[in-house]
Design a protein around this ligand. Structure first.
Ligand code: NAG
Ligand code: NAG
Ligand code: NAG
Ligand code: NAG
Ligand code: NAG
Length: 434
């Protein structure tokens, strides 16, 4: 090890709490040697202009062909100091190499106008690429994606399906992604579907707190996802864990503003949905609408189980701990047939269909542990377990849950419906002990 890199490692250890600097630095040191051996295929070698205005989409696709079909292990490079404009595009595999590295040292910007979402539901998508590594330059070294979402947020695209996801990964086993900054997605910033063994760190996702459904990371049908040391400040869920997902770890996340960390919603339109083995640890939720939430539709089937939230700090969170097993079961009462596909869906102008318990359906919620949850609640109700009479919530454990009101001199309460489990050292609680 060279002296300079040893110094760097020490600096790293020292700086470990500061997001991004470490990996940014190590990329930089590796860089000097790598360039000499021509380890990179740069988009500028394929005609990308990267002045922030010219359409660079075709150049990116040509460079991708070269990397994906190449037998060498060269990395795809967006060079430092460049801003490349991309229309919606897909980087498709499978690739010849078992590991592909996509280095974003410069910036990527979306066109800044809307397009037909039917044809292009994502701005940048990656499909069927195993061993993909996507890395930015870290906080100082670039690696910023600007989705320019504000052009989509108006009333012309009010429904979620009318707006694209910014970055999507499907069937990308072994994905590694780190040190990216990403701004203003039209809808969710990052979608992960149908993949195993994903590891993500050092992300900074930012959008206005009132931007519509701009989730940070959405996970569906993924097994084995590790997300750590990231900052997500957007208009909806910081991270949403959806059906078909298991073995999901979230550690060292700062979330807020936003709607918190969610399991679900599960069981929409009566579907069978499952989520299990979720571990959320050492996170801060600041000024969020919800803290840690599990939400399921009363008409769904399946389960959410083996979930733990540990060492979570709440700062002025509105619903710090919440299980909602009757999601969207409020508002207008409608008689709808059981088979109706829009059953319990949002219909027309903000009307909700009411479903009644007693139909034997529901998504079972069990084995959920809240350990060492502390900090402040913006509302009087710090703990809400609104479970359904048919399914109920079982084995819900609160251990050292101690949340106070954000308003001086005010108390907080807990509300429990159809929930069973146990509690230790948790001053506010209402769980029926087994
Ligand atoms: C997970 O992905 C990494 C990086 O792509 C790979 O080295 C490792 O073998 C994978 N592990 C499993 C269990 O597939
Ligand atoms: C995240 O990005 C926002 C917007 O660019 C920036 O203001 C903020 O300082 C960044 N935070 C971190 C921790 O890098
Ligand atoms: C999640 O964390 C647990 C406990 O630290 C660990 O055993 C497991 O391998 C982790 N899973 C992933 C996908 O990182
Ligand atoms: C918790 O996460 C923060 C933010 O990433 C990190 O700085 C801190 O070291 C972590 N603490 C522990 C005990 O892991
Ligand atoms: C299904 O729901 C729609 C409203 O979205 C309603 O117009 C229709 O009558 C319902 N059909 C049945 C069979 O209930």
């Amino acid at each position: 090890m060279k002296k300079s890199s040893l110094f760097f490692v020490l600096l790293c250890l020292f700086q470990i709490s500061k997001l991004g600097f470490c990996l940014a630095g190590s990329v930089h040191t590796a860089n000097n040697n790598e360039n000499k051996r021509h380890r990179f295929i740069s988009v500028t070698d394929f005609g990308a202009v990267c002045d922030g205005k010219t359409d660079d989409t075709q150049a990116f696709l040509k460079a991708w062909e070269a990397v994906c079909n190449g037998v060498s292990d060269k990395s795809f490079l967006v060079p430092l100091g460049k801003t490349c404009m991309l229309k919606p595009l897909k980087f498709a595999g499978p690739c010849k190499s078992s590991s592909i590295t996509f280095v974003i040292r410069g910036n990527l910007v979306a066109p800044g106008y809307t397009w037909d979402v039917g044809n292009f539901p994502e701005w940048i998508s990656f499909d069927s690429i195993n061993g993909l590594v996507v890395k930015g330059g870290g906080v100082k070294g670039g690696g910023t994606l600007d989705s320019r979402g504000s052009v989509w947020w108006g009333s012309g695209h009010a429904q979620d399906k009318d707006r694209p996801t910014a970055m999507h990964f499907n069937n990308c086993n072994g994905l590694r992604m780190y040190n990216l900054q990403h701004l203003n997605s039209p809808r969710n910033h990052i979608g992960l579907t149908g993949s195993k063994n994903i590891s993500i760190s050092g992300l900074n996702l930012t959008a206005p707190g009132d931007s519509p459904n701009t989730d940070g990371i959405d996970i569906s049908k993924c097994i084995g996802v590790d997300i750590r040391d990231s900052v997500i400040s957007t208009g909806d869920d910081c991270i949403a864990i959806n059906s078909g997902s298991s073995y999901i770890n979230i550690t060292g996340l700062f979330c807020g503003p936003g709607h918190g960390i969610s399991v679900g919603s599960l069981g929409r339109n009566g579907e069978f949905a499952t989520v299990e083995e979720v571990r959320v640890k050492n996170c801060t939720l600041s000024n969020t609408m919800n803290g840690v939430r599990i939400k399921t539709y009363q008409n769904g089937l399946g389960y959410a189980r083996k979930i733990s939230f540990e060492d979570i700090r709440m700062v002025d969170s509105r619903n710090p701990i919440i299980i909602e097993q009757n999601y969207l079961n409020r508002g207008k009462i409608e008689e709808v047939s059981f088979e109706n596909s829009s059953y319990q869906n949002r219909g027309g102008k903000n009307c909700f269909y009411k479903t009644e318990s007693g139909n034997g359906r529901g998504v079972k919620v069990s084995d959920v542990r809240y350990s060492r949850i502390y900090g402040s609640s913006a509302s009087d109700e710090a703990v809400t377990f609104n479970c359904n009479a048919d399914m109920g919530c079982e084995d819900i454990v609160m251990d050292h849950v101690n949340i106070v009101s954000a308003k001086a001199g005010q108390g907080v309460s807990a509300s429990c419906t159809n929930v069973r489990g146990s509690y230790f050292y948790s001053p506010i609680n209402c769980i029926k002990k087994h």
